[in-house]
Design a protein around this ligand. Structure first.
Ligand code: NAG
Ligand code: NAG
Length: 399
């Protein structure tokens, strides 16, 4: 079935975006100085602001869950991890990734360990379930091999929650109270576009659904998944919107798009339809006592990177990449001036860029960065646990 949207429609719908973009760019001059100054004081450890941090998502959040899977969506080889103390760990970047920096900002000494390697007592402070290539849909990313889709990440979390309830001596009230205090973040959906909808050679979805229908499908599934997370005791959830996927080097290579400011508009448009729906989700009143907040990844991306914030290379990757999937070619030397680059490989950002994303998700620079709350504020919220404890107790897995 042909897409029912003409280029005129796409262009017209972009005008508000363009205006917003221009407004943001002019505002940038004011804010970048503040950002550079305020960033300096962030990376210090203290008592964590919340007792635990659970991470769900895709390669933006994966810290090694794919290492033992049969897939090409892996990054546990050089030059990945060149700036990470432990070297290549399965993080899709040169150094710390988004969730590592968020964990630091929340005051944790360690990023939550990958579910694949976590054993015993280290689960109380949180676990990372994220998997490179994974999506909201089970089928997403399968052309690369195995991965852990969102549904399965939630099943894994359920097993961890059962263990945590045991560690609380099977006292479900205590466990519920504890789990409600944790921060949960989810970065998922990018692969449903990059490794599904926009890969018609492997997946039929772009022939079966218009961008609007596909966004609705994803949103419905995602809503159910977040409901499950809630049923497992999550009350403080940071939901990351999708980034500027049409501006990734990989996508621009696919379509032969050149220039720092040019992006694949059909990709950006399709993704914006999903983001719009997701934004509305945070005001969902059905999930009593829960605080969901939307992190505007695309907005931070639009305003975060320029020479003013220290980025001079906006659309070239730092490592030499494979044409097939944009991952770094093993053992090739990457660029030296990694702090100047936004992109590490053709899809994933550098540690320097991740610091911008994480810092602004944690402590919003613009009101549009995170709403209704940034993660720092989310951490301080009392999610009215007492009154909803019984309900929460009842919903916790009763193995
Ligand atoms: C996705 O896969 C999981 C098993 O890993 C299954 O439980 C779930 O029902 C599947 N979801 C759909 C919509 O088929
Ligand atoms: C997106 O646009 C590119 C051209 O820029 C085109 O080649 C591609 O087929 C489009 N994809 C879809 C799913 O519409």
């Amino acid at each position: 079935m042909a897409l029912s949207i003409s280029f005129t429609d796409i262009f017209t719908s972009f005008i508000p975006y363009l205006v917003t973009v221009m407004a943001w760019w002019s505002f940038l001059v004011l804010v970048c100085v503040v950002l550079v100054v305020s960033q300096k004081n962030h990376f210090v450890f203290g008592e964590p602001q919340v007792p635990c941090y659970f991470v769900f998502g895709d390669s933006l959040s994966d810290v090694g869950n794919n290492n033992d899977l049969l897939t090409t969506a892996k990054s546990n080889y050089a030059p990945y991890g060149i700036d990470y103390p432990e070297g290549p760990t399965g993080r899709f970047g040169n150094g710390r990734i988004l969730v590592d920096i968020i964990a630091e900002l929340l005051g944790f000494e360690k990023s939550p360990p990958p579910y694949a390697y976590t054993r015993g007592v280290d689960i109380l402070k949180g676990v990372n379930y994220a998997s490179g290539g994974a999506g909201i849909l089970n089928e997403t990313g399968r052309h690369m091999g195995d991965e852990i889709p969102m549904d399965e990440q939630l099943q894994n979390h359920k097993k961890i929650v059962t263990k945590i309830v045991k560690q609380f001596g099977n006292d479900k009230s205590l466990a519920a109270n504890y789990l409600a205090k944790c921060i949960y973040t989810v970065t998922i959906g990018s692969n449903d576009y990059l490794n599904n909808y926009f890969l018609p050679q492997f997946y039929p979805t772009s022939r079966e659904y218009t961008p609007d229908q596909f966004a609705t499908l994803l949103f419905q599934r995602y809503s159910q998944q977040l409901q499950q997370l809630y049923d497992q005791g999550a009350r403080k959830v940071g939901v990351f919107g999708l980034g500027l996927l049409g501006c990734t080097i990989l996508v621009k290579e696919w379509y032969g798009i050149e220039g720092d400011l040019s992006c694949a508009e059909n990709v950006t448009y399709a993704v914006s339809l999903f983001n719009e729906r997701l934004e509305s989700l945070v005001y969902n009143d059905d999930l009593v006592g829960a605080k969901f907040t939307y992190i505007n990844f695309a907005g931070i991306g639009l305003t975060g990177f320029s020479a003013l914030t220290g980025f001079t290379v906006l659309s070239t990757s730092c490592c030499t990449v494979r044409a097939t999937d944009g991952a770094c070619i093993p053992n090739e030397n990457p660029c030296d001036n990694r702090g100047d680059y936004v992109f590490w490989d053709a899809v994933h950002t550098t540690e320097a860029a991740n610091a911008i994303y994480a810092t602004r998700a944690y402590s919003a620079l613009l009101p549009t960065d995170a709403y209704p709350y940034d993660l720092q504020y989310l951490a301080t919220l009392d999610s009215s646990i007492e009154s909803f404890q019984d309900q929460l107790k009842a919903s916790l897995s009763s193995d």
